[in-house]
Ligand binder design. Structure first.
Ligand code: NAP
Length: 266
């Protein structure tokens, strides 16, 4: 049995993770943490039968008491690094879905995990379709000179651009030297109208609308042709097979890896 704690258990993704972990016979939900709904049964919050796992507010006390194998974190950009450091210090493997973590925090937790030889995963997107979309975009970027990314999310999303858009841009820049340089071009009349420039003219546009979940288009322009690669997460269930796979796979890692693609393709 892999013992799992969910951090952010009262949130949209956290409740989905509670449901998903509960369905798996080889996973045991031993704890739930959040800053909201403290003391409530996380099964009931997730729309299930009561499971006796009450939402706690003290992550380190919970990790100390229940000694889980894995902590899944879907909280907020300002909360995630502290939670992960707490997990690593307790010897617990983090599976991190929270996006928008500052680069310095990401580097810090990766270094700490390596020093302590603890496995983990940071995945900006757990949906297999999104992982494929990023991979296909990196393939197509070798053949089309111009690329723009449009990411569309629900209006409660805190960070912009999305972690998926950033990872897509990183994967494209890894195969295209011209997207690794800063152009410093200032061509805007109305600031922001052309989206944000990741680097080298690679642009990201962020749309926020109620009713959306998580969507992205990668648009390529070439001579007399365009190519559009699009992925849509229609419900948050789309992320759950990836989260479950990650919980199982981090048990065999000795460092934190970035991107679900590393677990699927490598
Ligand atoms: P949400 O509904 O706001 O849930 C976040 C939960 O975490 C809320 O209950 C929040 O409480 C709680 N929280 C805030 N600070 C906390 C802390 N220090 N300790 C414990 N809990 C804390 O957000 P969501 O839609 O579930 O998204 C959560 C994160 O996952 C976001 O960063 C989002 O971008 C990311 N996400 C990733 C994927 C992926 O595939 N990787 C997919 C979807 C979403 P309050 O509401 O009281 O602040």
């Amino acid at each position: 049995m892999v013992r799992v704690v969910v951090s952010g258990a009262s949130g949209r993704m956290g409740r989905e993770v509670v449901r998903a972990v509960t369905r798996e016979k080889d996973l045991e939900l031993v704890g739930a943490v959040d800053v909201s709904h403290i003391g409530e049964d996380c099964g009931v919050l997730a729309g299930l039968e009561p499971n006796g796992v009450l939402v706690a507010d003290d992550l380190s006390a919970l990790l100390e008491e229940f000694k889980p194998d894995v902590m899944v974190d879907f909280t907020a950009p300002t909360a995630v690094a502290k939670n992960v450091i707490c997990a690593l210090e307790a010897g617990v493997r983090p599976v991190i879905g929270t996006t928008g973590m500052p680069a310095a925090d990401l580097e810090r937790i990766m270094r700490l995990a390596e020093e302590r030889r603890i496995g983990g995963l940071v995945a900006p997107n757990f949906a297999i379709g999104a992982v494929l979309m990023m991979r296909f975009a990196a393939m197509a970027a070798k053949f089309f000179p111009t690329v723009e990314i449009i990411e569309l999310h629900h209006d409660q999303k805190i960070d912009a651009p999305s972690g998926t858009a950033v990872q897509t841009a990183e994967m494209i820049a890894a195969v295209r030297e011209d997207f690794r340089a800063n152009t410093g071009r200032e061509e805007l009349k109305l600031a922001g109208a052309r989206g944000a420039e990741y680097r080298g003219g690679l642009r990201i546009h962020s749309v926020r609308l109620p009713g959306l979940v998580a969507h992205q288009e990668v648009l390529f322009g070439g001579q007399g042709q365009t190519l559009t690669i699009r992925h849509d997460s229609i419900t948050r269930e789309s992320f759950m097979p990836g989260v479950i796979l990650a919980i199982r796979r981090v048990m065999g890692l000795d460092r934190i890896v970035y991107g679900l693609d590393k677990l699927i393709f490598e």
